[in-house]
Design a protein around this ligand. Structure first.
Ligand SMILES: Cc1cc2nc3c(=O)[nH]c(=O)nc-3n(C[C@H](O)[C@H](O)[C@H](O)COP(=O)(O)OP(=O)(O)OC[C@H]3O[C@@H](n4cnc5c(N)ncnc54)[C@H](O)[C@@H]3O)c2cc1C
Length: 386
């Protein structure tokens, strides 16, 4: 790839982590020495939290605001965004530098490589990589939600809960009038645990969210799994233990994300753990590849995968990349971050949980203020220069 300088600093992934790292590095790197290149599957970043409203509510028009072009992130134009999908990495263990290979066969060399390819999502948060497919995908989901009479959400994690809240916002009553006919729109969450989300969070949050959703008519099936999502048009679904839900006409996956790291396997067996997370040192360098760093959802670190973690990831990556480029051994270490979460219940409510001071929760007003009313899209846009 053409560039003014001799060496490339390459970032793969333009979601939350990649662009923030690119933005900060563009201020620090000398353009005479380094070309800063961000490679992303689309020309824009997607605000994933907003997808639950985007796919349910056409009137939100979130497709106009929650997809943000990656063309204003570089200080003084010191960097470039390239649209492409990285399919493999060419590197020798212990040897600095290498190249990434794109799906179109192009090869881009790097002096430092930063991996920030996030998670793969099934269901409505699985926004397609090809830009031409994105709006048809969004539109198809909106139509599915509008037509369904009984929406069964598979997974009672944050995504499933937030989706249920959006459906209840738009179709508040169990019975709604559509095109002269009375239609029943039920919402059921099927969750593998005996309480919503997971044990990272206190029971006050887990029970509090259940209570709030029950008050809106959402039903729950706990300690159950749905292994196969029925094909479109199929009515009825059966759980793993054989419980049948005969009128389920829209079964939506809200299962957790999986790391988007297939291309990292090209570095050898020891690059990924058994779940596909990238093994890192506390300096966020790969174990056998000192010039490759990983950040965001893909790192093998026992923590909830969140944008919020970036506040702690980014300073480590930035300091260590700059050290490495200056020939100094990276020493800044990631030591984890506090757990906290805000989960919406439609536009007006939700709950927040903070894992410090013994763990405490905040309610609807707080959730509305920080997340539910706009899914933080204005902040996302501002961070990206819009
Ligand atoms: C519905 C929903 C709600 C959420 N709400 C919150 C919240 O309230 N707070 C919070 O902190 N977190 C939230 N999260 C989690 C948050 O979205 C992720 O933690 C965050 O997006 C991770 O950032 P990332 O940069 O690691 O990856 P991503 O944001 O996923 O970005 C990765 C990018 O890399 C691209 N990519 C992937 N593979 C390749 C490749 N091979 N070549 C080129 N490009 C590639 C992808 O297309 C994508 O653009 C939510 C997630 C979902 C789905």
């Amino acid at each position: 790839m053409a560039g003014k300088a001799e060496q490339n600093v390459v970032i793969v992934g333009g979601g939350f982590a990649g662009p923030q790292i690119a933005k900060q590095l563009s201020k620090k790197l000398d353009p005479k020495r380094y070309n800063l290149i961000l490679i992303n599957s689309r020309s824009y970043a997607v605000s994933l939290p907003a997808t639950v409203r985007l796919v349910v509510d056409a009137e939100s028009r979130l497709e106009e605001t929650s997809f943000v072009k990656l063309d204003r992130i570089y200080a003084n134009g010191n960097g470039q965004t390239k649209v492409g999908i990285v399919t493999s990495i060419e590197a020798q263990p212990g040897v600095p530098g290498g190249a990434v290979v794109l799906a179109n066969g192009e090869r881009i060399s790097y002096a430092v490589l930063i991996l920030a390819t996030g998670s793969k999502w099934s269901g409505p948060s699985g926004i397609p990589e090809n830009e031409d497919d994105v709006l048809p995908f969004v539109d198809a989901w909106r139509q599915k939600f509008a037509k369904a009479k009984h929406v069964v959400i598979v997974g009672g994690g944050a995504v499933g809960i937030e989706l249920a809240g959006e459906v209840k916002d738009l179709y508040p009553a169990t019975t709604v009038l559509t095109n002269y006919a009375t239609q029943t729109k039920k919402v059921t969450i099927v969750h593998g645990g005996n309480e919503l989300i997971n044990a990272t969070y206190g029971s006050s949050l887990r029970k509090g969210l259940e209570k709030r959703l029950r008050a809106r008519g959402v039903e729950f099936i706990f300690n159950e799994y749905i292994d196969d999502i029925p094909e479109p048009g199929v009515v009825g679904v059966t759980t793993r233990s054989g419980k049948h839900i005969p009128d389920a006409d829209l079964v939506v996956s809200a299962r957790g994300g999986r790391p988007n790291t297939d291309y990292v396997a090209s570095l050898g067996e020891d690059a990924l753990n058994g779940h596909g997370f990238v093994k890192i040192k506390p300096t966020m360098q790969l174990l056998n590849h000192p010039s490759i760093f990983a950040v965001g959802d893909i790192i093998d670190w026992a923590e909830q995968k969140q944008i919020a973690k970036l506040k702690w990831h980014a300073p480590v990556i930035l300091a260590n990349v700059v050290s490495f480029l200056n020939g100094v051994t990276p020493t800044k270490k990631y030591a984890g971050a506090p757990e906290m979460i805000v989960i919406t219940n439609g536009r007006k409510g939700g709950m927040g949980y903070f894992g410090f001071l013994g763990g405490f929760t905040l309610g609807d007003w707080f959730a509305w203020l920080v997340k539910s009313r706009h899914f933080m899209v204005p902040h996302f846009r501002k961070d990206l220069g819009y």
